[in-house]
Design a protein around this ligand. Structure first.
Ligand code: GAR
Length: 190
């Protein structure tokens, strides 16, 4: 049988999507190995979650490097040493640059809390609410050099129907936590 695909999960914050992925791996519904959690914020809660899940994490400060190219070279080496094959972005709030895009062509995915191409970038849920949009939702997509512009792999939406931001956010996270592991499993078994 083919070895499990090894992934690195990149996250900058709470890490609830990392948690959903780690839980799916543990439950056997996602056949992959999380080799490493990478964060650009050493104090992010995702580091604690990784520890609890017994998954190694690596934190770096982008400001310690003179350029994105230099920190991406460092990450590329690190991922190569662990034989990481895919990068899974889960709330990683930085654009990926040419070094990692080149090393992981068509093997970097992201989850975004809107129905792309609507509301790319930061605070997509806030943007959705401020625009009075009829629908909110979640997109899983390949990562390219743009901001949330890569080709779409999976998408789910629902009607806002006058709900509060809090309620919309809750629904979005519930969708994310189900959709991301399921989409990864589909990608890895294709
Ligand atoms: C998620 O809602 C994810 O879709 C979003 O950040 C949140 C991270 O939550 N990502 C983006 O906005 C990317 N542009 P988490 O840390 O609890 O997984």
């Amino acid at each position: 049988m083919k070895n499990k695909i090894k992934i690195a999960v990149f996250a900058s914050g709470n890490g609830s999507n990392f948690q959903a992925i780690a839980d799916a791996v543990k439950a056997g519904s996602l056949n992959t190995e999380i080799a490493l959690v990478v964060t650009d914020r050493p104090n992010a809660y995702v580091v604690e979650r990784a520890k609890q899940a017994n998954i190694p994490s690596f934190a770096f400060m982008p400001s310690d490097y003179d350029s994105k190219q230099l920190y991406e070279e460092m990450l590329k080496e690190k991922l190569a040493s662990l034989q990481v094959e895919w990068i899974v972005l889960a709330g990683f709030m930085r654009l990926i640059g040419p070094v990692l895009l080149g090393a992981y062509e068509n093997r970097i995915v992201n989850i975004h809390p809107s129905v792309l191409p609507a509301f790319p970038g930061k605070d997509a849920i806030g943007q959705t609410m401020a625009a009075g949009a009829e629908a909110a939702g979640v997109t899983v997509h390949y990562v390219d050099a743009g901001m949330d512009t890569g080709s779409i792999i999976a998408q789910e939406s629902f009607k806002v129907n006058g709900r509060s931001r809090e309620a919309v956010e809750k629904e979005i996270h519930a969708i994310e936590h189900r959709l991301y592991p399921a989409t990864l499993q589909r990608l890895f078994t294709q």
